[in-house]
Design a protein around this ligand. Structure first.
Ligand SMILES: Nc1nc2c(ncn2[C@@H]2O[C@H](COP(=O)(O)OP(=O)(O)OP(=O)(O)O)[C@@H](O)[C@H]2O)c(=O)[nH]1
Ligand SMILES: [Mg+2]
Length: 223
C-alpha cells in the first residue's frame, strides 16, 4: 500500500465521466485535454483524474475531470468523487446497443447519490464514426425524458468533442454565462474552441493520476 500525496490544487469545478466499459470515456477525456486518440484499449484503473485549466471571459478556472472504470460494481469507489461533481457525462457507444440499454443502471447509480449541489447531466453517444446500433433519436428521447443535455460525438475523429464540452459547461452557474442568449453562446463556444486549440497546440503537460483501491477513501478536499 502507498499513501497518496494530497493534491495541491483546489479545483473550481469537478467533472465525472460514467458509462459502460469500452464506450470511450477515456478517449473523450483525452480529446478534451488535447491528448491524441489511442486505438489500443487500456482499461481505466477504477478512477483517475486529470487537471485542466480553462479561461472563460478572461477568468481562469481549474477543472478536475474524473475518469472511471466502466463497471458499476465499483460504485462505492466513485461515490466520494461523484457527490462533489457538478457535471456528469454519461457515455454510451452508438455502435453497441447494450451500452445504451445499460444507461438506465448508470442513471440509477447517479440518482442514488447524495449531492451537495444537484449536478448537470449530459448524455453522450460516442463512436458515431462506426455503424450504428443506436439511432440518434433514441438518445434524444432518453435525454428528453430525464431532461439531460444530449450530444453525439466521435473521440476517434474528434467530431463534436470540444463543442460538447464547452456547450455543457456553459450551463454551469460558476461560469456566469448561462444568461447569454443562444447566438451569443454559440459565438462564445466557437471562440473558446479556437483559443483552446491554439493555446494547447504544443502543450503535453497534462498529467494522469490514478487513485488506487487502497487510498480512494482518503479523498482529500485540499487538492
Ligand atoms: N471507432 C471508434 N473507436 C473509439 C472511439 N472512442 C474510443 N474508441 C476505442 O474504443 C476502445 C475503448 O475506449 P476507451 O476510451 O478506453 O473506453 P472506456 O470507456 O474508457 O473504457 P473503460 O476504461 O474500460 O471503462 C479503445 O480501443 C478506443 O480506441 C470512437 O469514437 N470511435
Ligand atoms: Mg477508460
Amino acid at each position: 500500500m502507498f499513501e497518496q500525496e494530497p493534491l495541491k490544487i483546489s479545483p473550481d469545478l469537478e467533472i465525472m465521466f460514467l458509462g459502460d466499459a469500452c464506450t470511450g470515456k477515456t478517449s473523450i477525456i483525452n480529446r478534451i485535454i488535447n491528448n491524441p486518440f489511442n486505438e489500443i484499449y487500456e482499461k481505466t484503473p477504477i478512477i483517475c483524474f486529470q487537471y485542466q485549466n480553462i479561461k472563460i471571459k478572461n477568468e481562469n478556472f481549474k477543472i478536475i475531470i474524473y475518469d472511471t472504470i466502466g463497471q458499476e460494481k465499483f460504485k462505492s469507489f466513485f461515490s466520494p468523487y461523484l457527490k462533489t461533481s457538478s457535471l456528469i457525462f454519461l457515455v454510451y457507444d452508438v455502435s453497441n446497443k447494450d451500452s445504451f440499454n445499460k444507461i438506465s443502471n448508470w442513471i440509477n447509480l447517479i440518482c442514488s447519490e447524495k449531492y451537495s449541489k444537484k449536478p448537470f447531466i449530459v448524455l453522450c453517444g460516442n463512436k458515431i464514426d462506426l455503424k450504428r446500433e443506436v439511432q440518434k433519436r433514441d438518445g434524444e428521447e432518453l435525454a428528453k425524458k430525464y431532461r439531460y443535455l444530449f450530444f453525439e460525438c466521435s473521440a476517434k475523429t474528434n467530431e463534436n468533442i470540444k463543442y460538447m464540452f464547452y456547450s455543457s459547461i456553459m450551463n454551469l452557474p460558476i461560469f456566469k454565462i448561462n444568461n447569454e442568449n443562444e447566438s451569443e453562446k454559440e459565438i462564445l463556444i466557437k471562440k473558446l474552441i479556437e483559443e483552446d486549440i491554439n493555446e494547447n497546440k504544443n502543450d503535453s503537460s497534462n498529467i494522469i493520476n490514478s487513485i488506487d483501491s487502497f487510498n480512494y477513501k482518503n479523498k482529500n478536499k485540499t487538492y
